[in-house]
Design a protein around this ligand. Structure first.
Ligand code: APR
Ligand code: ZN
Ligand code: ZN
Length: 376
């Protein structure tokens, strides 16, 4: 079938994107769903920092590619061998499908599925091919999702059925920002009642982590960012204190350590820059855990005190896709949202159309906005 999609023809075009137009809205071909795959009519897609890194080339992807990976939609057609889905079901895709058979899947860690990671690096479906084409040339899929499009073909192992009562604009966030941020707090850090938490970087992922920390009964919750508007919202949502790293009058490390009598039990880095992870490590208390969630380019690194890691029994952990099991976690988090305990509707700032995507990514690059959602 022919579909309208946003195609990234080349990574690394300069900002402002309204001028360089890295995303072209055009008609391309989409094959029918293969074995174990479904055709999804996409209804809403969040704009995520990982899409921005594909556009600006910091974490380059194979091109041409249809990007977008934080979506929600409706099952339109079912391929052979699909189990548990019906036409009309509302679904959220996740950005790592899973094979169910590799060592990581067998350990109950599908976010680290090895064949799915390989397919994501190659920009293909799990079988190494693509369903997207133009004039006989293949177009790659972003994380097996390729959601900035009217329709997408997605593996059944990368889809979670959701309650149709949830609006698509909100459901979309659960496929990336929410599972990544909430999962980092409840799965990776395994928060305990009363522990203090710092969130460094308040994008969609960081705000989801902040809401999770509050819902899970954290003690003091500290928000850190470089944008005062986001810090204001964090306070409104229940953070106890908020610090701006750019405020020259404050030594942020000292501020957090003072506010929490020696540092937080859990520091979650959700900015995707090494300075933020460095800060997260420094504000973690003795015996505490620092969790790296952000995904910078491949050359980013930090150095840390070997002595503090050993002598203070610190933990430094990575968290990918919130260490989640999507079919277990997404319905749970949606239930919390419906009960008012995870108000992720507070994180979306504006709805945009396909033709406005380049402008939307300019706003994301400026850090001047909350989560924007493409509505189809
Ligand atoms: N210290 C604190 N906050 C920072 C810093 C810094 N040095 N630099 C940037 N930030 C803040 C930005 O102001 C912004 O509020 O980090 C936030 C990042 O938000 P988004 O760009 O909306 O990113 P998001 O989509 O939430 O993703 C965050 O998680 O999954 C990964 O690849 C993703 O690395 C990205 C990260
Ligand atoms: Zn994302
Ligand atoms: Zn696997």
């Amino acid at each position: 079938m022919r579909i309208k999609a946003a195609v990234l023809w080349e990574s690394g075009k300069p900002h402002p994107f309204t001028k360089s137009q890295p995303l072209r809205i055009e008609e391309i071909e989409l094959d029918p769903p293969g074995r174990g795959e479904l055709l999804i009519q996409i209804k809403a897609v969040g704009l995520c920092h990982s899409d921005l890194l594909a556009i600006n080339g910091e974490r380059a992807k194979p091109t041409p590619m249809v990007i977008g990976h934080e979506g929600a939609g409706v099952v339109a057609e079912i391929g052979a061998g699909v189990d548990g889905f019906e036409v009309g079901d509302h679904v959220v895709p996740v950005y790592v499908s899973s094979c169910g058979r590799c060592e990581m899947c067998r350990q109950g860690r599908p976010a680290l599925c090895q064949p799915a990671t390989k397919a994501n690096m190659a920009g293909t479906m799990m079988d190494g091919s693509t369903r997207l084409h133009k004039n006989g040339n293949r177009i790659f899929h972003h994380s097996g999702v390729a959601a900035f499009a009217e329709f997408a073909v997605i593996s059944q192992n990368g889809l979670v059925k959701i309650d149709p009562g949830v609006a698509f604009e909100q459901a979309a966030l659960f496929g990336c920002a929410v599972i990544t941020g909430v999962g980092a707090v409840v799965n990776t850090a395994n928060i305990r009642l009363g522990q203090s938490v710092a969130i460094i970087g308040l994008g969609g992922v960081g705000f989801s982590a902040l809401l999770a920390a509050i819902a899970a009964g954290a003690g003091r919750v500290i928000a850190v960012d470089i944008n005062d508007d986001k810090l204001q919202l964090a306070l409104q949502l229940g953070a106890h204190e908020a610090f701006n790293v750019k405020n020259e009058n404050d030594d942020c490390v000292e501020c957090v350590r003072t506010a929490t009598s020696g540092g937080v039990h859990i520091a979650i880095e959700t900015a995707g820059v090494p300075q933020a992870l460095d800060l997260a490590y420094k504000v973690t208390r003795r015996g505490g855990a620092t969790v790296a969630v952000g995904m910078p380019g491949p050359d980013a690194s930090i150095s840390l005190s070997h002595l503090s890691l050993a002598g203070e029994e610190r933990t430094l952990k990575g968290s990918y896709m919130g260490s989640c099991v999507p079919s277990r976690d997404i319905p749970r988090y949606i239930g919390l949202f419906q009960d008012g305990k995870l108000p992720i509707d507070r994180l979306t700032s504006r709805q945009i159309a396909l033709d406005d995507l380049n402008e939307g990514f300019d706003r994301l690059a400026d850090g001047s906005t909350m989560r924007q959602v493409l509505v189809l």
